[in-house]
Design a protein around this ligand. Structure first.
Ligand code: PLP
Length: 458
């Protein structure tokens, strides 16, 4: 049963990430107690389909004994090994090799972190060092996208373009710049793929010109913008942006923290986009959320410049838990599961998910349906022609999340009325059908929300 004392202890002591502290104190925590496959169970015994795989990370699904065993085995044998002082562990070395083998192109050098934010921070440090080693230390300006999300460190939050990651925190920093998102549903140039791509290319060129061509170090993009609202750029967008960065001699970082490890189908969305970036950042699906770990994939030509530039000196960037052996052991096991059928199942389930969401397109509140593989969204509006978002009074992120929860579904409800889906790749047909059916019920209930009805009438 829900324990009141647990709720009180949480209220008094646990500071939650990205939360309204006062709102949370009022509402109280919902305690999760167990999970299996795509189903989680809360402390009251309520079973829910996890349509968001935790925080788009439990790609393999819950309850894999072989992952538990891999971690336990590693903990028994060698729970910690530093990768400083020229030391290492077998699991970390093997995972780096396995990842390099599967990465696109020459992204052969793997730097392990604890998660996505420090993977992003690491790329900024490596990129600064790279330009320093190339004798161009004045290349210290970084460009990313509006609606982009790149983590919650000061550097990552500055590259991020979500208002509540900026307000009060003194970011973005003065070397961090943004260009507009390709956002097909709301792009001022309309939905035509070529027009969107040309607009993004022109925006990047203009930004580089404004900053100074010899000042820009790198450009960051997510293959699909996750936290910005699951924004799927048109096919060819990543490739065009990558090519332009080559032409401008700017490093290209593909942030695959969400899209990596089967979320969109293959291990890397970049493979599907047919690009080889200079860096890929990953986390989440790397260990399927069973234990923290991130990884930066660095292209050979970048690595060689840094290595030559440093010579006999140490490149001063590292964490106590870099290349953690237990996380790496989990990563190796998870990779086996992906390739032992999970990626394939994810592709099948993703097609069913997209078809199911498409079937909701005619619902009075659904303005847009978008996604790729097991990463999808519907965008709710009160006026389809004008694309008017749900009114703030309807509190979409709170009320829709709560309704879905009551209906047995965990869905990401963004404040602007976008509903995000990232279910585990292990979902069965029944799981996917339940996600769709429970979404429809949630939408019908939202239609009855007085604040939504009022906005619809207007
Ligand atoms: N980059 C992207 C694209 C993300 O979606 C996230 C997290 O959601 C991060 C970076 C930061 O990762 P973490 O939360 O593991 O620090």
């Amino acid at each position: 049963m829900y324990s009141n004392s647990l709720i009180e202890l949480d209220r008094a002591h646990l500071v939650h990430p990205v939360a309204s502290y006062r709102g949370h104190e009022q509402q109280g925590v919902r305690v999760l107690s167990s999970a299996k496959g795509a189903t989680i169970t809360d402390a009251q015994g309520r079973q829910l389909i996890d349509g968001f795989a935790g925080l788009w990370c439990v790609n393999a699904g819950y309850g894999h004994e072989t992952i538990v065993e891999a971690a336990a085995r590693q903990m028994r044998e060698l729970p910690y090994a530093t990768a400083y002082f020229g030391l290492g562990s077998e699991s970390a070395i093997r995972l780096a090799a396995e990842l390099a083998e599967r990465a696109p192109g020459d992204l052969n050098h793997i730097y392990f972190t604890l998660g996505g934010s420090d993977a992003i921070d690491s790329t900024v440090r490596f990129i600064r060092y790279y330009w320093f080693a190339r004798g161009q230390p004045q290349r210290d300006q970084f460009i990313s996208m509006e609606q982009g999300y790149h983590g919650s460190s000061t550097v990552g939050a500055g590259l991020t373009a979500l208002p509540n990651f900026h307000a009060g925190f003194g970011v973005p920093l003065d070397w961090q710049h943004k260009i507009p998102s390709p956002y097909p549903y709301r792009n001022p140039v309309g939905q035509d793929a070529n027009a969107i791509i040309q607009a993004s290319l022109a925006a990047l060129r203009a930004k580089v010109d404004a900053i100074g061509a010899n000042r820009v170090a790198a450009f960051y993009a997510e293959p699909i913008q996750g936290s910005g609202g699951v924004i799927v750029p048109p096919k060819g967008w990543m490739k065009a942006m990558r090519e332009l960065c080559k032409e401008l001699d700017i490093l290209f970082v593909a942030d695959e923290v969400i899209t990596g490890f089967g979320r969109t189908g293959p291990l890397f969305a970049c493979s599907e986009d047919e690009i080889v970036p200079d860096f890929i950042t990953t986390a989440k699906g790397l260990t399927s959320g069973y234990i923290p770990m991130g990884a930066v994939f660095m292209a050979d030509h970048v690595y060689q410049v840094i290595a030559d530039g440093a010579g006999a000196s140490a490149v001063g960037h590292g964490y106590t838990y870099s290349a953690h052996p237990v996380s790496a052991a989990v990563g190796l096991e998870v990779l086996k599961l992906y390739e032992g059928g999970l990626l394939e199942n994810g592709i099948k389930a993703g097609a069913r998910l997209m078809a199911g969401l498409e079937s909701l397109r005619d619902h009075p509140l659904v303005g847009d349906v978008r996604g790729r593989g097991m990463l999808a969204a519907i965008e709710l509006v009160v006026d389809k022609a004008a694309k008017t978002p749900l009114p703030a009074e309807a509190q979409p992120s709170r009320r829709i999340f709560d309704r879905a929860w009551e209906n047995g579904l965990v869905v990401r409800a963004f404040a602007n009325g976008v509903l995000g889906y990232a279910p585990p790749l292990c979902c069965t047909d029944t799981d996917i059908d339940a996600i769709i059916e429970r979404t429809e019920r949630t939408l019908d209930q939202t239609l009855e929300d007085p604040d939504v009805r009022r906005a619809l009438k207007d």
